[in-house]
Design a protein. Structure first.
Lengths: 265, 359
């Protein structure tokens, strides 16, 4: 408990310091937010275009698709805010030797990697997603109140899933000297979660619900609110999947750090 | 005497290194059969540090200094051997242990690159649980001794090397660690900055009786700061004792340098002074190197003054750089036959090498 409070306070402070540093260059930050927003808007408009032609897709109405898409931006946005260091871990931490500094502080190494820098502009995705959800809710009369109430919490679990999967991929740099890595193809898989999983074939469904459990991050969390009873067990499995992958991630990092201790690279 | 602050016994670190053959063929070969060699970076190192001691840990590049420090700070796990530091096993109790140590790597900053120095300090204050009152008091001291006050609002990346080093030193002492590791703390600093850093370290050591272990290339740091040096080469301790003892044992020389007036007319390259020879340094200036094991400096001096028209005279000792260079050379010569023997016994194309890549 004490450790949780300590890390919570530390996180708040890390974040505050980073925001201060970032806002020192206001124009730069505003440009980044705008660029990030345009990216989101562009991919969103693809969905809009697609659905302006078909009022229904595999049994999903347009507002439902907006709801889904809007929700998918929440865990994705949170993930994007926190994942900056994961991409640069191999180069900036292992090759340049910053990882030594991480190990010299009495703070969990993984905590430091996730929270040492932030991609602040990605918070716009959380805002955009919330707006999209609000619009969809106004068009969808028959939603489960419990499903809606749990959305924010499930978005956090979703972010934990994304962060853990990429944490696991990043931890592989302790063993493999691979500059490109598996992260980019897996990253592209995240886009699959923005659509109802029912439109994919079985192979994709299985993939997104098991090894790379992105359906638990962005699709299944919406199913309770949208009253898709056939997915209810998957909805309630979301926290368990998030915790499982977080533990897996932590275990792998422990082994990676032990290996770093014996090889020094 | 109470328990030592740091106790190191038979510490060994060996790295497995994959040998890469050159060219495409070599790369292909490496896919199937990787040849590995073992490099012993630290080879049965033992020493104790008492509380409040300031010890210089020196050696040439690749001697195993940094590898030792990385094990003592808990970054690396040794291949074998024991370390007990402040009652902890560094690599096993890393998180608890790092609360009571400070580390400065001269080559890299431990501060956050993009944020202002003061914000880095605030993060460290939180991390180490330093109270507001202690923080204010210590920052005042840092400002007095290291003049960091005016650097506080700037981001680290905008500081000069000397400024950054001062901030790094302050940061490493913010939580008043009982044990301080300094790896090249004066690297790249100008004379004034070096002097500041050294007096700061002396002060910190005196005031807080912090145990300090210092690795450096700049042996002036050692002369000014450390009573004791541990010298390693090829991963092994060659000397552990006073600087004076090191000098007396390896280069027991005194240099008597004198100017003559009048200058001898023929300007000879050598002058005889009793049984000794004085070599010409420049016009009218000569030097005698006295081997202290054979004769006392005073005896030689007497004869010089008696026999020659000496205008001015100075007695010096070899500086520590020279002593250390001599030791490295002797050690290399000593190792050579052993290495040749090893190389002969090894498979063709594989160079057997007990040397070390890491510094």
């Amino acid at each position: 408990m004490k450790s949780l409070r300590f890390h919570g306070r530390l996180l708040a402070l890390y974040f505050a310091q980073y925001v201060k540093a970032r806002l020192a260059y206001r124009a730069d930050f505003a440009t980044a937010v705008l660029a990030s927003f345009l990216g989101t808007a562009a991919s969103f408009s693809v969905v809009l275009l697609l659905f302006s032609r078909f009022p229904h897709l595999a049994g999903w109405s347009f507002p439902e698709i907006v709801f889904l898409y809007g929700f998918s931006l929440l865990p994705y946005g949170l993930f994007s805010v926190l994942s900056l260091n994961l991409y640069e871990f191999a180069d900036r931490y292992l090759v340049e030797g910053r990882f030594d500094r991480i190990l010299l502080r009495p703070v969990s190494p993984l905590f430091q990697i996730y929270f040492e820098s932030f991609r602040l502009e990605s918070l716009q995705e959380v805002v955009t997603g919330t707006v999209a959800i609000a619009w969809a809710v106004s068009r969808l009369p028959d939603l489960s109140p419990l499903g809606l109430a749990l959305l924010p919490l499930w978005a956090v679990f979703g972010a934990v899933i994304y962060l853990s999967v990429f944490g696991i991929l990043t931890a592989s740099s302790f063993w493999i000297e691979d500059r490109v890595g598996l992260a980019p193809p897996v990253f592209n898989l995240m886009a699959f979660g923005r659509y109802p999983i029912t439109i994919y074939d079985l192979k994709v469904k299985v993939l997104l619900s098991t090894v790379i459990p992105f359906a638990f991050a962005s699709f299944y969390p919406t199913t309770l609110a949208l009253k898709r009873a056939d997915f209810t067990p998957f909805f309630w499995a979301v926290p368990a999947v998030a915790i499982l992958f977080a533990l897996l991630n932590r275990a792998l990092w422990r082994r990676g750090i032990a290996r770093y201790g014996s090889t020094g690279s | 005497m109470s328990q030592p602050a740091v106790r190191v016994r038979d510490l060994v670190k060996a790295f497995e290194v994959t040998r890469k053959s050159p060219g495409l063929a070599g790369a292909l070969k490496g896919l199937f059969r990787a040849e590995t060699t073992t490099l012993t970076a630290v080879d049965r190192v033992s020493f104790d540090l008492d509380r409040g001691e300031m010890v210089g840990y020196i050696g040439p590049n690749g001697a195993g200094k940094s590898t030792t420090i990385k094990m003592l700070t808990g970054i690396l796990t040794p291949t074998s051997g024991e370390v007990s530091a402040l009652g902890f096993v560094p690599w096993r109790d890393r998180r608890a242990y790092t609360k009571s140590i400070g580390v400065v790597f001269g080559q890299r900053t431990q501060l956050w690159w993009d944020i202002a120095v003061v914000e880095s300090f605030q993060l460290l204050r939180e991390i180490y649980g330093v109270s507001e009152a202690d923080y204010a008091r210590r920052m005042k001291v840092f400002d007095d001794l290291l003049d960091v006050g005016r650097l506080l609002p700037q981001p680290v990346r905008k500081l000069s090397l000397g400024e950054r080093m001062r901030c790094d030193l302050a940061a490493s002492l913010l939580h008043e660690p009982t044990l301080l590791f300094l790896d090249e703390p004066t690297i790249g600093l100008d004379v004034v900055a070096k002097a500041n850093v050294r007096s700061f370290l002396k002060e910190a050591n005196r005031r807080l009786s912090t145990t300090v272990i210092l690795t450096t290339h700049d042996l002036d740091d050692i002369e000014e700061l450390c009573e004791r040096v541990v010298l390693i080469d090829h991963g092994q301790v060659l000397w552990d004792g006073s600087l004076r003892g090191l000098r007396d044992r390896h280069l027991p020389e005194a240099r008597i340098r004198f100017d003559l007036n009048p200058i001898p007319a023929d300007d000879p390259a050598e002058l005889a002074v009793g049984p000794w020879r004085a070599a010409r340094v420049s016009q009218g200036r000569y030097q005698i190197v006295v081997d202290k094991r054979e004769v006392s400096t005073a005896d030689v001096l007497r004869e010089v003054v008696r026999d020659l028209p000496v205008l001015d005279l100075a007695v010096g000792e070899p500086d520590i750089e020279e002593v250390v260079a001599r030791i490295y050379r002797e050690n290399a010569a000593l190792r050579k036959p052993a290495e040749d023997a090893l190389a002969e016994g090894a498979a063709p194309g594989v160079v057997a090498h007990r040397g070390v890549r890491r510094g």
